[in-house]
Design a protein around this ligand. Structure first.
Ligand SMILES: N[C@@H](CCC(=O)N[C@@H](CS)C(=O)NCC(=O)O)C(=O)O
Length: 337
């Protein structure tokens, strides 16, 4: 009798286990909004305007998830977080997704109990210096004082780089991006180090951006992407495939402007992507037209890139590594089929 009860319990547990953990999609639908962790204001990636409306490449990932799940890109609650606080906010359940210039590393992906869902921006770490310092390369930075933010990969990389090159340096670390930048601007450190994209973004906040240059050296790999908690595979898939849908839409030439006419396209890949054929959206727990919603409301990856950080933005960052794989870059969306 005892054995039977134990057996029944084990079976019930097995049957209920997937749905017990797969709660995020339901929670987002019940709440009617997505909770998305972002930066405290990084132009091009995530920053609020004077009316409190957030825009940016990282913001678009959240708007795309809200479009796919709720058919409304504005149903997102943005939670601004420092580098130091971002992971606890995700672990505690306050966020459904963290989309905040966060580097995918092994330890974050394992011991922090998180899953990186893909790469929305391939970056690397660099150095911002005053033009008047007359430095052309990172190798000339021996003896420099360096402003960096705590709780970042940048703090670790700078130590590796200076050690490997046998250069002396002094680190001045802060817990918010604003403090780091202000201290650099006040001249209390010679160098500001961070992901190169951020150096371009933060430079725009300086009183005289042209007095500062980003050195050509890139000392690390910083693959940045959206992050979810361990334990909800369905949600992990939804966030992952939302990003890949945007990348695949760019590859197939599906844009915000033409998505409705593309519904009539005879191309099998476009039919599958837009849910005209098959039920891929339903396999994710969404609707057949999930990608139509994403592209209609937000656009494809290339559109988001150009609008926020590329040629259509004040940052004017070259697409570089973030070009599609068939255009000389490494952005690659696995097949939607
Ligand atoms: N990609 C790096 C660095 C991310 C990072 O957060 N950098 C600082 C550097 S300034 C930052 O806070 N940026 C934007 C913000 O919080 O407003 C990581 O994941 O550790």
């Amino acid at each position: 009798m005892k054995i039977r009860i134990a057996g029944t319990f084990a079976l019930a547990f097995l049957v209920t286990m997937p749905s017990a953990f797969a709660q995020t999609l339901k929670a987002v639908k019940d709440r009617g909004s997505l909770s998305c962790g972002v930066s405290q204001g990084l132009p091009g990636f995530s920053s609020p305007d004077d009316k409190g409306v957030w825009t940016g490449l990282d913001v678009d990932v959240c708007r795309a998830i809200a479009a796919a799940v709720l058919d409304d890109p504005m149903k997102v609650k943005f939670v601004p977080l420092s580098a130091k606080d971002r992971f606890t906010a995700l672990q505690s359940g306050e966020l459904d997704v963290l989309s905040r210039n966060t580097t995918w590393t092994l330890s974050r992906d394992t011991s922090l109990g998180l899953n990186f869902t893909g790469v929305s921006y391939y970056d690397g770490q660099g150095f911002l210096v005053r033009r008047s310092l007359k430095v052309n390369s990172a190798r000339d930075l021996g003896g420099a004082s360096i402003c960096v933010q705590t709780g970042t990969t940048n703090e670790q990389n700078v130590a590796d780089y200076f050690k490997a090159n046998n250069l002396k340096y002094e680190v001045i670390a802060f817990s918010t991006a604003d403090e780091t930048l202000k201290t650099y601007e006040a001249g209390r450190c010679d160098v500001f180090t961070s992901d190169v994209s951020q150096l371009y973004a933060q430079r725009l906040k300086l009183a005289a951006p042209n007095d500062h240059i980003v050195l050509p050296d890139v000392i690390s790999k910083e693959p940045l992407g959206p992050v979810v908690r361990h334990g909800d595979d369905q949600w992990f898939d939804i966030v992952k495939w939302t990003l890949y849908a945007m990348i695949n839409a760019e590859e197939l030439g599906v844009t915000k402007a033409n998505v409705d006419s593309m519904l009539k396209s005879p191309a099998p890949e476009i039919k599958r992507l837009l849910g005209v054929e098959g039920n891929l959206g339903e396999q994710l727990g969404l609707t057949k037209d999930w990608v139509v919603r994403i592209i209609r409301h937000v656009g494809n990856y290339g559109e988001s890139f150009e609008r926020n950080v590329g040629s259509g933005s004040p940052l004017a960052i070259d697409r570089g590594l973030n070009r599609l794989w068939n255009k000389g870059g490494i952005q690659y969306g696995p097949p939607i089929r």
